[in-house]
Design a protein around this ligand. Structure first.
Ligand SMILES: Nc1nc(=O)c2c([nH]1)NC[C@@H]1CN(c3ccc(C(=O)N[C@@H](CCC(=O)O)C(=O)O)cc3)CN21
Ligand SMILES: O=c1ccn([C@H]2C[C@H](O)[C@@H](COP(=O)(O)O)O2)c(=O)[nH]1
Length: 277
């Protein structure tokens, strides 16, 4: 994962020190792009063990249109706990926008089903876009994430806010625009999650996986992740593992956890880092 290590090194060595909402402090750059050819293997970090179970369950949870952390907790995934209400609600976050975007006229749009149908019908389309950014549901900045979720607004504004698909030479590519990226904790999850989504979408559309293009807005390293970043940069990357999906699945929404398997993942040890809330 040279692309990721280059990003980490670039921000560490050339970023600007900047204060942030959480009060932690960051080093940041604005505007950065990475490209991952999915034929080279599955883009997951080998210089730090990633909790793939969290990544897979989170993506299945988004695709199910769910916004309550109950499913995640039942499956041992705790990454959204800090932002949820006592009832597990996060407000209308990713799952709601992907599967049931509600327009001003009350019409409910399933953006994922629509984009799937359009990839199959008109793969040359330049409109294969899914947006989680819904200005009418953004949190009130004067309230905490939990207070926003309690008021029916999003606990946090979407970080991975817009993605687009592209078909050429029988291959499906995906580009993500992520407005804000926690390089040490969030970004490795985001890369693996969108790469997995692209491979799943390709399979159900009868296409080969192409590239995942990751475009970041504010790409930041939190100041309490500097030592962990140095440790990670001292490690040598290993070969990428291979993703294996159950080939019998032809409906995107029918994938189960057991249908998704990573072969030959042999990462270096996990590196613990505190999450900024
Ligand atoms: N500061 C911050 N960074 C994020 O990446 C982030 C947020 N906030 N808020 C909302 C979601 C939640 N996401 C998270 C939250 C925590 C981890 C995390 O602690 N990861 C650890 C443990 C993994 C696990 O328990 O599965 C890691 O080492 O990767 C990762 C992504 C991504 N998002
Ligand atoms: O998928 C995700 C979700 C969140 N993040 C990070 C990016 C920021 O560090 C925080 C969100 O804070 P904002 O002040 O709303 O930008 O969470 C991520 O990297 N990936």
């Amino acid at each position: 994962m040279k692309q990721y290590l280059d990003l980490l090194r670039h921000v560490r060595d050339h970023g600007v020190d900047k204060s942030d909402r959480t009060g932690t402090g960051t080093r940041a750059v604005f505007g950065y792009q990475m490209r991952f050819d999915l034929a080279d293997g599955f883009p997951v970090l080998t210089t730090k063990k990633l909790h793939l179970k969290s990544i897979i369950h989170e993506l299945l949870w988004f695709l199910a249109g769910d916004t309550n952390i109950g499913y995640l907790q039942q499956n041992g995934v705790s990454i959204w706990n800090e932002w949820a209400t006592a009832d597990g609600e996060l407000g209308p976050v990713y799952g709601a926008q992907w599967r049931s975007w509600t327009g001003a006229d009350g019409r409910v749009v399933d953006q994922i089903s629509d984009v799937l149908a359009e990839i199959r019908r008109n793969p040359d389309s330049r409109r294969l876009v899914v947006s989680a950014w819904n200005p009418s549901l953004l949190p009130d900045p004067s309230l905490s994430p939990v207070a926003n979720a309690e008021a029916g607004r999003q606990a946090l504004p979407p970080c991975h806010c817009l993605f687009q698909f592209y078909v050429a030479d029988g291959k499906l590519s995906c580009q993500l625009y992520q407005r804000s990226g926690d390089i040490f904790l969030g970004v490795p999850f985001n890369i693996a999650s969108y790469a997995l989504l692209t491979v799943m979408m390709a399979q159900v559309c009868g296409l080969q996986p192409g590239e995942f293009v990751h475009t970041l807005g504010d790409a930041h390293l939190y100041s309490n992740h500097f030592e962990q970043a140095d440790l990670q940069l001292s490690r040598t990357p290993g070969p990428l593992p291979q993703l294996r999906l159950n080939p019998d699945v032809t409906d995107l929404f029918a994938f189960r956890f057991e249908d998704i398997e990573l072969l030959d993942y042999a990462p270096a040890a996990h590196i613990k880092a505190p999450v900024a809330i």
